[in-house]
Ligand binder design. Structure first.
Ligand code: FES
Length: 213
């Protein structure tokens, strides 16, 4: 995996301010409107999330999950696309799934990290960083935006669709699910799980367009 320092084009000894400066510069260069590309833009975002997250872990030392304040603090999200698991012979139930994903060079759209700001739902956080994650109703009434939570917790104010057995298995809705732990590992696109077939709505037009890309 390419070092986040290399992506931001800075020395591995850079301090927090130098990292922030490099990020501001690189994110402009990588923006699709400035001659960059979506994948490069996401790569820069992921690199910064990794480094900024490392600083916040250092700052907070061994702070426990109970001390995390989702009203004020960012949550670091490590994500993986359910749709690519088959291609690699992986299963969503593999205990070392994220370790395996980190060990290969995956597209930033499929695997990486970003920081969710306080008050952002998981879906909003992904979209605000340029990712295209699935959804339909955005109101807690379908399984299109479902994610599998492997580590951490998403608190859902509304859920009229997921039965208790799914909740028990770690399935959550990303459109209204708010990260309430400092670190999360989630599998998105898990709407393709056969058990969720009947709980899905037709996708939104943009998602259909994206599928035809
Ligand atoms: S998009 Fe329908 S519940 Fe999230």
């Amino acid at each position: 995996m390419v070092s986040p320092f290399d992506v931001l084009q800075i020395d591995s000894g850079a301090d927090e301010e130098e990292i922030a400066q490099a990020y501001r510069q690189r994110v402009k260069e990588a923006h699709p409107d400035q001659g960059g590309s979506i994948s490069e833009f996401q790569r820069v975002q992921t690199a910064y999330a990794k480094l900024e997250g490392d600083y916040s872990v250092e700052d907070h030392g061994s702070e426990s999950v109970d001390e995390f304040d989702p009203q004020r603090e960012k949550s670091r999200i490590e994500y993986l696309n359910y749709e690519i698991l088959d291609d690699h012979g992986w299963s969503h139930t593999d205990e070392d799934l994220f370790e395996k994903a980190a060990a290969v060079d995956l597209d930033p759209a499929d695997y990486g990290e970003f920081l969710a700001q306080p008050h952002e739902s998981l879906l909003e956080a992904a979209e605000n960083r340029g990712f295209v994650w699935p959804y339909a109703c955005r109101g807690g009434a379908c399984a299109n935006c479902a994610v599998g939570v492997v580590e951490g917790e998403l608190e859902m104010p509304v859920n009229t669709i997921l039965p208790p057995a799914m909740i028990e298995r770690g399935i959550r809705l990303s459109c209204n699910g708010m990260p309430v732990t400092a670190e999360m590992k989630v599998i998105y696109n898990i709407k393709h799980l056969p058990e969720l077939d009947e709980l899905r709505l037709p996708p939104r037009p943009f998602e259909q367009a994206h599928a035809n890309d």
